[in-house]
Ligand binder design. Structure first.
Ligand code: NAD
Ligand code: ZN
Ligand code: ZN
Length: 368
């Protein structure tokens, strides 16, 4: 079939919206008609050419939500008409990692996905017979996508898809970092560094876990205001004296949980240093620049602080994204507050400009 998609043609150049070809789903695959798609940093990072693993031409986009239009052979988990959220982090339910409760990092299709192919090593995207690669296994800056069924979470049809799409990446990452990676306990003190989509999600996750005190640190007063709305009990502007300020707030000990959502290694260090002696857990969500490292004084670890990393918030996508969406429908998470701008597919590059200017939390592309 023919469809419109935003293609990364050349690194550092705007995406080019154009008509391309999409093949029908093969065994284990599903055709999804996209209804909405968020614009995320990872799309911009890859488009800029800074990402060393990037490739072109490719159809970017990974925060998608839509409706199943057709299923390939052997797909029994989804039916035509189902509402789905795309998962760049799939869940096959069979590999060693999927069978373990300790991780959400599925091993089933990693190699091919990383190279821009569907699990059988080919693409469904092309132009004049020349293949175009998939991105993050999702390629949702397009009217339609073909994806493995193991990378689609079936969500309640009651959830508006322009908000459900935010659960495809940043929001679930933040919520999950608090709920599934850190497993924040009721009554604890938590510090969240960063109040973008991920940090605000983490604030909400700490609240849902029953944290007593939630401190959010960011550079923007406006974003800190949003953090209060999501449940932060204290907010502060970040800087060189942040660790000192947090130690002061916690009787000199530090916080039970710190969650980093900035991507800055200097802030990651602060997250470790402001975690509590004895048991403080510092959870890293941010994606740092290639080659960057975190400096940690070993004594901080010997005296009981721990460090964890969280990919997609530790969320096992097919099982837990529907649960998180349900909590939104139950009124536990104000997702509307994150949807800052609505764009058409043709305006996708504006989404990058808005993100660059830190204008709003998320721009969402809506497909007519
Ligand atoms: N682990 C994952 O699976 C995953 C998924 C999505 C995003 N991410 C990463 O998470 C990070 C956050 O994503 P986002 O969409 O929320 O980004 P964002 O840019 O919207 O938010 C980052 C926030 O950090 C704040 N900040 C900057 N310097 C700071 C400082 N010194 N102290 C405190 N706050 C500071 C900024 O003001 C901004 O509000 C990025 O690195 C992103 O790549 C990771
Ligand atoms: Zn798996
Ligand atoms: Zn993302």
């Amino acid at each position: 079939m023919r469809m419109r998609a935003a293609v990364l043609e050349e690194f550092g150049q705007p995406l080019v919206v154009q008509e391309i070809d999409l093949e029908e789903p093969k065994t284990g695959e599903v055709l999804v008609r996209l209804v909405a798609c968020g614009v995320c940093h990872t799309d911009m990072y890859t488009a800029s050419g800074v990402d060393p693993s990037g490739y072109a031409p490719a159809v970017l986009g990974h925060e998608g939500a839509g409706v199943v239009e057709a299923v390939g052979e052997g797909v029994d988990s989804l039916r035509v008409g189902d509402h789905v959220v795309t998962l760049f982090s799939p869940q096959c339910r069979e590999c060693e990692h999927c069978l373990s409760p300790r991780t959400n990092i599925c091993l089933a299709i990693r190699d091919q996905q990383g190279k821009g192919y569907l699990p059988d090593g080919t693409t469904r995207l092309s132009r004049d017979g020349e293949p175009i690669r998939h991105f993050m296994g999702t390629s949702t800056f397009a009217e339609y996508t073909v994806m493995p069924a193991i990378a689609l979470a079936k969500v309640s049809p009651e959830a508006p898809l322009d908000r459900a799409c935010l659960f495809a990446c940043g929001l679930s990452t933040g919520l999950g970092a608090a709920m599934y990676t850190a497993k924040v306990e009721a009554g604890t003190t938590c510090v969240v560094f960063g109040a973008g989509m991920v940090g605000l999600g983490a604030v909400a996750g700490c609240r849902l876990q029953g944290a007593d005190r939630i401190v959010c640190v960011d550079l923007s007063q406006e974003r800190l205001q949003m953090a209060r709305h999501q449940g932060a009990t204290d907010v502060m502007i970040g800087g060189a004296d942040t660790v000192e300020a947090i130690l002061e707030m916690t009787g000199g000990f530090g916080a039970d949980h710190t969650i980093e959502a900035t991507g800055l290694v200097g802030v990651m260090r602060q997250a470790v240093e402001s975690a509590r002696m004895g048991w403080g857990l510092a959870t890293m969500c941010g994606v740092a620049g290639k080659g960057e490292t975190i400096a940690i004084i070993p004594r901080l670890l010997i005296t009981g602080r721990r460090v964890a990393g969280s990919s997609f918030g530790g969320v096992k996508g097919r099982d837990q994204v529907p649960q998180l969406v349900q909590r939104y429908l139950d009124g536990d998470i104000d997702v509307d507050a994150f949807l800052s701008h609505r764009l058409t597919l043709d305006e996708v590059n504006e989404g990058f400009d808005l993100m660059h200017a830190q204008d709003g939390i998320r721009s969402v592309i809506e497909f007519a």
